[in-house]
Design a protein around this ligand. Structure first.
Ligand SMILES: C[S@@+](CC[C@H](N)C(=O)[O-])C[C@H]1O[C@@H](n2cnc3c(N)ncnc32)[C@H](O)[C@@H]1O
Length: 374
């Protein structure tokens, strides 16, 4: 990939910088005008502190295996606490829902799915040993998916114990994602497995565990970059010029600065002192929407974790793309009470895009973009 030159690393950017009006932190589409909007969901993978089950979305679906298709479907796994946006995205592709598993018509992965079982099949079983044998006959690596159906979880755990061990130790940042295929299964009823040897994620339920750093970064947002770089297999190189919009308190700048990138960060708030003092980090107080890409000079990576309407972020990234002012972009689309699926689709439609839900995303999607090869 051709790298862009940036002879004047953002000193013109500083000059070009101007404050622009932006969304107040808690503002949202005011329904009825007065209610204070709340960012929905507190999910954070298995590390959740405030996981809210998506019970209303689970509703009463027909789980009778006799009524369900034998093939031509996939199983899309909803992030914890975010079944609703997945079901909204899938629309009439949804066949039925059990817990976080959504049986879906067609192969296409939903952006809100954290993992997709691509080749699911029904396997009748007569005992725990019979289930384990049938799974082992298909392949070595399996992980269970637990749910709340009566009595199934204990039985599933026992089946898991009969299967070869699959390591799920937390990664240290920099470790590559596993390459071995990982199958997933659940007990639909006590004598019927739903199992898929092929899934889209090498991590169980798409949840990426890390050995966390509770000392260095000033917040937990650094996990978004760790997870993105790990699952995408791409990350900035030392010396790359990175623009970090909505950077405070500074976990992303801490990650990027620590990787030897030259970081130019912007936020209305200051960075934590530990990050502001990093020799590779240069912070500017102001709005990320005030930087004009035509005068700022090009960057290797544009990052945004700004709290703003996704539609406004879309306008911003289109400007940077149109000006050929960045080589890569990694942005969080943060949704208010409603999920703006239309804007999400517009992001996904930009050639060179990846859009998905990280296990450390809340009511957010992560958009990654790479410029086409010149
Ligand atoms: C979720 S925090 C970002 C966390 C950050 N990525 C980190 O790693 O610490 C969102 C940030 O967006 C900032 N923000 C909101 N609107 C902004 C704007 N228009 N320009 C710049 N920053 C903005 C807020 O001040 C807040 O610090």
């Amino acid at each position: 990939m051709a790298r862009q030159d940036h002879p004047s690393p953002l000193s013109p950017a500083r000059r070009a910088f101007r404050e622009a009006p932006s969304l107040p932190r808690t503002a949202g589409p005011a329904r009825g005008g007065k209610k204070k909007p709340v960012l929905r969901g507190l999910g954070h993978g298995r590390r959740n502190r405030g996981f809210m089950p998506d019970e209303p979305a689970q509703g009463s679906w027909n789980l009778d295996p006799a009524a369900l298709p034998q093939d031509g479907f996939t199983v899309q796994v909803a992030p914890r606490g975010f079944l609703t946006p997945l079901l909204e995205e899938l629309g009439d592709r949804t066949i039925t829902v059990m817990g976080r598993l959504v049986l879906t018509r067609g192969q296409e992965k939903a952006h809100w799915a954290q993992n997709v079982w691509l080749a699911p099949r029904w396997i009748p079983v007569t005992s725990i040993r019979d289930a384990a044998r049938k799974l082992r006959d298909i392949q070595r690596n399996w992980r269970t998916h637990s749910h709340d159906q009566d009595g199934c979880n204990r039985r599933m755990a026992l089946i898991g114990e009969e299967l070869p061990h699959v390591s799920c130790r937390p990664l240290t940042f920099g470790d590559p994602a596993p390459t071995a295929p990982l199958g997933a299964f659940t007990l639909w009823t006590k004598d019927l497995l739903l199992a898929s040897p092929v899934t889209t994620s090498p991590f169980p339920d798409g949840e990426v565990p890390f050995v966390e750093d509770k000392v260095g970064p000033p917040g937990r947002a650094y996990l978004k970059l760790w997870e993105s770089f790990t699952i995408l297999g791409q990350k900035p190189r030392p010396g790359d010029l990175c623009l970090d919009l909505g950077a405070a308190p500074g976990s992303w700048s801490w990650v990027l600065g620590g990787m030897g990138c030259r970081v130019f960060s912007i936020d209305k708030a200051p960075l934590a002192n530990t990050v502001a003092g990093m020799p590779t980090v240069n912070h500017c107080l102001g709005s990320g929407f005030g930087l004009d890409p035509s005068v700022a000079g090009s960057v290797d990576w544009l990052f945004s974790d700004m709290i703003c309407y996704p539609s406004r972020l879309l306008t911003l990234v289109r400007q940077w793309i149109d000006k050929k002012a960045m080589t890569h972009a990694l942005c969080t689309l943060k949704f208010q009470a409603e999920t703006d699926h239309e804007t999400a689709r517009s992001f996904a439609a930009i050639p060179g895009s990846w859009l998905g839900h990280l296990s450390c995303n809340k009511h957010e999607l992560t958009w990654f973009w790479t410029a086409p090869e010149k």
